[in-house]
Ligand binder design. Structure first.
Ligand code: GLN
Length: 471
C-alpha cells in the first residue's frame, strides 16, 4: 500500500492509534524507490539504512508519547539543500564529493519534528533549468510518461512525490522550479513569500529570488510543512521578522488577460483553466480579466537579474575551498580556469558569462540597473492588482511536459517556459500550483494561484477547496 494516497493528518491518526508504524511507512517508500528510481532518476542518493534506523527511533517516541509534529512524515530533499554529514552536489560536478557541515534551517526544523529524510533528489545544476535536463547526473523522467521531462529545476523532487517514493519533497523556486515540475507531474507545489523561509543552507543561485518550499500530494501537507519551516532563524538577513495577519477575503480574483490569451497557451490548458474559473465563481468569487503591461518584460528582467546574481554567487566555486579541483595546474589562474571549465555544465557557464556581461562596467547601467528599475515597475503593478483582488490566477505553464530533448538545443525556447511563474519571483509574492487534470495524452496540467506577500494561508485555503473538487 502506498502511504502517499492519504494526507499526513490521516497517517498520523493511524500512527498514534498504533495501527501503523513509521518503519512500515519507510519500507513502503523504499519499495517504490527500488521499483522506479533506476528508470526515473529522481533520487541521486537514498539514505536507506539511516531512514530505517531513524524510523525505529521515531516509533519508540510515538509509543512514549513524545513524538514531534511530523513523526513518520517521509521527506526527500533537493540536492541543493545542505544536510549535515551528507552530500550536496547542487546537481553539479563542481561539488562532487562535497559534504555539508551543517543543515539548512528548513531541513533542521523538519528533523526536529521527527520527519524522516529518505534521500537527496536530482535537480538542474544549481537550479538552472526548466526540465531537469541540466543535471550533471542525468535527466529525471516523468512518471506519467517517461518519454517526457519532469520539469525543473526541482524535477527529482516532483517525480519522487508523483511516484510515491516519499510523502513530501523540499524543493527550491527561483523562477518557477517548484511550481513548474509540480504542474508537469500532477502534484502540489508551494513557493512561499520571499523572506518567509530562511535561505540558510540553500546553495545560492540568485539570492534575491531563491525560496524553499514543499512539493506534495496534498495542499494540507504543504501547509503543514511550511508552518514548521517558516520564521526567523537569525541567519538570513532578508527574512521578515514580523508576519502580517491574514487579510480579509475580498471575494475578487484577477487573471491577466495577456497570460490567458497568450499565443503559446495549449488549447486544452485553456479549457481546463476556464473550468477552474467556473469553480471559483461557484465558490462566490468574481473573476475578472485585468491588464498587465509588462508581460514582455518579465523574462528579460528575470534572466538579466538572476544571471547577474548567479555569476556573483558562483564565483566561490574556484577549486580552492570545496568540491572539484583540477589536476596538476601550473599556476593559480590555471587552477581557477580549468576547475570551473571542468566542473560547470554548459548552461551554468552560459549564465555566468551572461551575468558577468550585464554587470561589466560598460553595460551595467544598460542592463543591470535597467532591469532593477523594471523589477520595481513589475512589483508595483502586481501589488496594485493585489490591492484590489485576493488572487491572480493562471495556468502554471503554457503547455504540458515537453518530450525529452525537445527544448535543449535552444536556450531561449527553454526560458520562455517560465513565463507564467517568474512574476511571483520577480515580485517576491507567494505562488501555489495545484493539479488541474490531464490533457488528452495523459500529461498533467497545473493551475496557479498567486497572492499578496505572507498571505499563504488564504491561498492554501482556496487551493484546498479546489483540490477537494478535483479528487
Ligand atoms: N527555469 C528557471 C531558471 O532556469 C527557474 C529555475 C528555478 O526556479 N530554480 O532560472
Amino acid at each position: 500500500m502506498s502511504y502517499t494516497s492519504q494526507p499526513y493528518v490521516k497517517i498520523r491518526e493511524k500512527l498514534l492509534a498504533g495501527e501503523l508504524s513509521v518503519s512500515a511507512i519507510v519500507v513502503s517508500h523504499l519499495d517504490q524507490i527500488h521499483a522506479h528510481n533506476k528508470a526515473l532518476n529522481a533520487f541521486l542518493e537514498v539514505y536507506e539504512e539511516e531512514a530505517m534506523t531513524h524510523a525505529v527511533h521515531v516509533d519508540a517516541k510515538i509509543k512514549a508519547g513524545t513524538a514531534g509534529k511530523l513523526a513518520g512524515l517521509v521527506i526527500g530533499i533537493k540536492d541543493i539543500l545542505c544536510y549535515k554529514g551528507h552530500h550536496s552536489y547542487a546537481g553539479s560536478k563542481i561539488l562532487d564529493s562535497f559534504k555539508s557541515t551543517f543543515s539548512a534551517t528548513a531541513v533542521q526544523r523538519l528533523l526536529d519534528e521527527d520527519a524522516i529524510i529518505i534521500g537527496r533528489q536530482n535537480c538542474d545544476e544549481f537550479g538552472m533549468g526548466s526540465t531537469n535536463e541540466n543535471s550533471a547526473y542525468g535527466p529525471v523522467l516523468n512518471f506519467a510518461n517517461p518519454a517526457y521531462v519532469a520539469g525543473g529545476s526541482s524535477g527529482g523532487s516532483a517525480v519522487a512525490v508523483q511516484a510515491g517514493m516519499c510523502q513530501i519533497s523540499l524543493g527550491t523556486d527561483t523562477g518557477g522550479s517548484i511550481r513548474m515540475p509540480a504542474a508537469f507531474c500532477g502534484v502540489v507545489g508551494l513557493k512561499p513569500t520571499y523572506g518567509l523561509v530562511s535561505r540558510w543552507g540553500l546553495i545560492a543561485y540568485a539570492s534575491s529570488f531563491d525560496t524553499i518550499g514543499p512539493i506534495s500530494n496534498y495542499v494540507s501537507d504543504a501547509r503543514l510543512v511550511l508552518d514548521i519551516m517558516k520564521g526567523d532563524d537569525g541567519q538570513d538577513s532578508t527574512l521578515s521578522s514580523t508576519i502580517p495577519a491574514v487579510q480579509k477575503d475580498k471575494k475578487r480574483i484577477a487573471y491577466i488577460k495577456e497570460v490567458v490569451e497568450h499565443p503559446s497557451l495549449q488549447p486544452e490548458i485553456k479549457v481546463a483553466f476556464e473550468a477552474q474559473v467556473d469553480k471559483l465563481r461557484a465558490l462566490g468569487y468574481s473573476v475578472e480579466g485585468v491588464e498587465f503591461p509588462y508581460i514582455d518584460q518579465l523574462l528579460p528582467t528575470y534572466y538579466v537579474l538572476t544571471t547577474a546574481e548567479s555569476s556573483s554567487n558562483l564565483a566561490r566555486f574556484d577549486g580552492v575551498k570545496f568540491g572539484h579541483r583540477t589536476a596538476d595546474p601550473v599556476d593559480l589562474m590555471q587552477l581557477y580556469k580549468r576547475t570551473r571549465q571542468e566542473g560547470f555544465g554548459e548552461e551554468v557557464q552560459r549564465r555566468i558569462m551572461l551575468g558577468t556581461f550585464v554587470l561589466s562596467a560598460d553595460y551595467y547601467d544598460a542592463y543591470y540597473t535597467k532591469a532593477q528599475k523594471v523589477r520595481r515597475l513589475i512589483q508595483d503593478k502586481t501589488l496594485a492588482i493585489l490591492a484590489e483582488y485576493d488572487f491572480i490566477i493562471s495556468p502554471t505553464t503554457s503547455s504540458t511536459a515537453y518530450r525529452l530533448g525537445e527544448k535543449t538545443l535552444d536556450p531561449i525556447q527553454m526560458y520562455v517556459g517560465d513565463l507564467f511563474t517568474v512574476q511571483a519571483n520577480v515580485t517576491g509574492i507567494p505562488g501555489l500550483s495545484i493539479p488541474m487534470g490531464k490533457d488528452s495524452s495523459g500529461l498533467p496540467m497545473g493551475f496557479q494561484l498567486m497572492t499578496n506577500p505572507f498571505q499563504e494561508d488564504k491561498m492554501l485555503n482556496v487551493g484546498e477547496l479546489l483540490s477537494d473538487d478535483l479528487e
